[in-house]
Design a protein around this ligand. Structure first.
Ligand SMILES: Cc1ncc(COP(=O)(O)O)c(C=O)c1O
Length: 385
């Protein structure tokens, strides 16, 4: 099981970072549920001293995701937010960050409620417009933090153009790739310096683990992230690392089905008389459909739509039977949610309005069930509206 340098994406997902367990030959990397490692003699060990610093299960996952995202190294954390927190320690007080304006609500909360206390400054701009990125960069700007597609309005940023604009001004680029997954897009291939994920979502894919990962390319970033992962210690535990490692093996076939099912539901919703607007990059009516075709492989598993009033959205959410009313996304089962009161409740109402998160908006994380069952469930729920 030696992975060749030219191995293709689906093969990388299954094999990268893993070798048969050296002590037994077990094909699946074991869950090394240990806090420490016995040393043969003073100063003599097998590369593992203490489990906050090194764990073989976590190392296998990190090697796997680094290869999947085409980065130099990856570091796994206890949650997506812990991963983002670690990335932000690359900055110092006085530094400024340009951020996609409708970034995930938890990211906004971290930046505004926590990191401002440490004299970091943030400007939120519509990064789908490269001139707004350019205009927001100033001498203290160190980082451009992008999310594409955004949650829940699925607006895209042209990664190649944004990375070009940032690098021309000496600014490094971080992309939260949670929503797309590396099957759909690999930001490092477009010039990004760092990719972060909530592995809780598509990478794990089975709604049974919370975690995060940072993938880096630059040697100085890799060195710092290795240091901070140990120094702050917000590591991913071995059981969760094992679950995510199991998840990434099926990422390509899951994403193919997520993409296909979401496309069918988006088209169904777009043709339904009770639906006033659909947001999905795979629809020709999406303003950035051409960019989506260029930058993404398929259009992802998230579909948002509007029904005209909060009351109608509430009726629909209370009428679905197969789809589960729940936060989160990226699992094999379909979840439906109300962004304004659920995932984006921590975003102030006026900001929500500014970035287009309306009260009548519903978001679906389309799972990999039989799409006919999903469509029928939506149809009967829409009948109740
Ligand atoms: C785009 C995005 N980034 C980051 C996070 C945070 O990840 P976690 O919940 O694993 O901390 C989420 C969670 O929903 C997310 O959707």
């Amino acid at each position: 099981m030696k992975l060749r340098d030219n191995a293709r994406f689906d093969t990388i997902c299954i094999h990268a970072g893993q070798v048969p367990d050296p002590s037994t030959g077990a094909i699946i990397t074991p869950i090394y549920q240990t806090s420490t490692y016995v040393q043969e003699a003073l100063g003599q060990h097998k590369g593992y001293e203490y489990a906050r610093t090194q764990n073989p299960t976590r190392a296998a996952l990190e090697g796997n995701i680094a290869a999947i995202e085409n980065g130099r190294a990856a570091f796994a954390f206890a949650s997506g937010m812990a991963a983002e927190g670690a990335v932000m320690t690359l900055l110092q007080s006085g530094d400024h960050v340009v951020v996609t304006d409708n970034t995930y609500g938890g990211t906004y909360r971290l930046f505004e409620r926590v990191l401002r206390k440490y004299q970091l400054d943030f400007s939120y701009v519509d990064t789908s417009d490269i001139s707004q990125i350019d205009a927001a960069i100033r001498p203290e700007t160190k980082m451009l933090f992008l999310e594409t597609p955004t949650n829940p309005v699925l607006r895209l940023t042209d990664l190649e153009a944004a990375c070009g604009a940032a690098h021309a001004r000496g600014v490094f680029v971080v992309v939260d790739n949670t929503f797309a997954s590396p099957y759909v897009q690999r930001p490092i291939d477009f010039g990004a310096d760092i990719v972060v994920h909530s592995t809780t979502k598509f990478l794990n894919g089975h709604s049974d683990s919370v975690g995060g990962v940072v993938v880096a390319v630059r040697e100085d970033h890799v060195e710092w992230l290795r240091f901070i992962q140990n120094a702050e210690g917000a590591i991913l535990g071995p059981m969760d690392a094992w679950l995510v490692l199991r998840g990434t093996k099926t990422l390509p076939i899951r994403m193919e089905r997520h993409n296909a099912n979401a496309q069918v539901l988006a088209e169904f919703l777009a043709s339904h008389p009770k639906v006033t607007r659909v947001y999905y990059p795979g629809l020709p009516s999406h303003p950035q459909h051409a960019l989506a075709k260029r930058q993404m492989r398929g259009f992802g598993g998230l579909v948002s739509f509007e029904l005209g009033s909060l009351e109608k959205a509430r009726t629909l959410l209370n009428s679905v039977r197969l789809m589960a009313l729940a936060e989160s996304l990226g699992g094999v089962e379909t979840l439906i949610s109300h962004p304004a009161s659920m995932t984006h409740a921590s975003v102030p109402p006026d900001r929500r309005q500014q970035i287009g998160i309306t009260e009548d908006m519903v978001r679906i994380s389309v799972g990999i069930e039989d799409v006919d069952d999903l469509r029928e469930d939506l149809a009967q729920a829409l009948d109740a509206v």
